[in-house]
Design a protein around this ligand. Structure first.
Ligand code: FES
Length: 297
């Protein structure tokens, strides 16, 4: 596969230009459309379901297709441009079909200096791909990713968003080779690896029953808690702990004129939140809004 590189940086190939979304993906089945409607019904404001709905589309079609964008837009009463804007903003949404597995290598600062850059370069060479490309056998899509908030285990890699801690170039290659051979692979702090599409279905909100499989936290994460418990350490009280948004007298929100006399800006924020929650609850109680995907502005 031909790749280009950053000037003066032969080790980090650039991805080819983004292809147009594929048009040959199988159409979304009725079962998926029903699940998209189910997701929209889980939220007081149906449009809040857009992110999980896009994950569900990916789990079925392998990426966010034009058909998927249209389906989400129709169900939520949004324009295709609004849905497309979301799908192209977040890097977890893919506009090209993904391989069986997504492998992410953290090349943010700490992981990079701890070996993440070398891992990424070795995987590029081993798989003969550049960033955001898929190996010729369709098994692995490789992407360099930003900090996973797992810096205490740097350098880290993800497979279908499950964490693999303290990797080396050799261990990373072993993981991808096992995945390509279809052998079982266990995340360092997570479940046995399934596939990117199955992981996307979980992200959409449909559990696979594996949430409690594998270790959840590692020693490096728990070390501080353990030492604090052994030595009886406690966090100092928050200096402003006795001041809460409701500690100062604030009148109840007005139901019509909006002429409340609130003077504390934190109290005003609390009132705004309360009013919004009440509004969303009222919308949720209207079946037409949930099922029909009416405007929620
Ligand atoms: S820099 Fe890699 S997990 Fe934070």
């Amino acid at each position: 596969m031909t790749t280009s590189h950053l000037p003066g940086d032969p080790g980090r190939p650039l991805a080819e230009p983004v292809d147009a979304p594929p048009t040959d993906a199988p159409p979304l089945p009725e079962t998926t459309l029903a699940e998209l409607r189910e997701l929209a019904g889980r939220y007081p404001q149906p449009r809040s379901a857009l992110l999980p709905m896009l994950h569900l589309v990916q789990s079925v079609q392998g990426c966010v297709t034009s058909e998927g964008i249209g389906a989400c837009a129709d169900l939520l009463g949004l324009s295709a441009a609004e849905v497309s804007g979301v799908a192209t903003f977040y890097t977890m949404y893919k506009r090209r079909p993904m391989g069986t597995h997504h492998v992410g290598v953290c090349t943010n600062t700490l992981c990079a200096v701890m070996g993440g850059d070398e891992i990424f370069q070795r995987l590029c060479a081993h798989l003969d791909v550049g960033n955001d490309e898929t190996s010729a056998d369709g098994a692995i899509s490789l992407e360099h990713i930003e900090c996973n908030a797992a810096c205490d285990y740097a350098p880290v890699m993800t497979v279908n968003w499950e964490l693999f801690d303290g990797q080396t170039p050799d261990s990373a290659i072993e993981v991808v080779d096992r995945l390509r051979r279809g052998e079982p692979v266990q995340a360092t702090r997570g479940a046995t690896i399934t596939s990117w599409r199955e992981a996307e279905r979980v992200l959409a909100g449909f559990e696979d029953g594996l949430v409690d499989e594998g270790p959840a936290a590692g020693e490096a994460t728990l070390a501080g808690l353990r030492i604090a418990a052994e030595r009886g350490w406690q966090a100092p009280p928050f200096p402003d702990a006795d001041r809460t948004p409701t500690a100062e007298p604030v009148e109840a929100p007005s139901t019509g004129s909006g002429t409340g006399t609130e003077t504390d800006p934190r109290g005003a924020a609390a009132q705004a939140d309360t009013a919004r929650a009440q509004s969303e609850t009222e919308v949720a109680e209207s079946p037409a809004d949930v099922e029909g995907g009416g405007s929620d502005d």
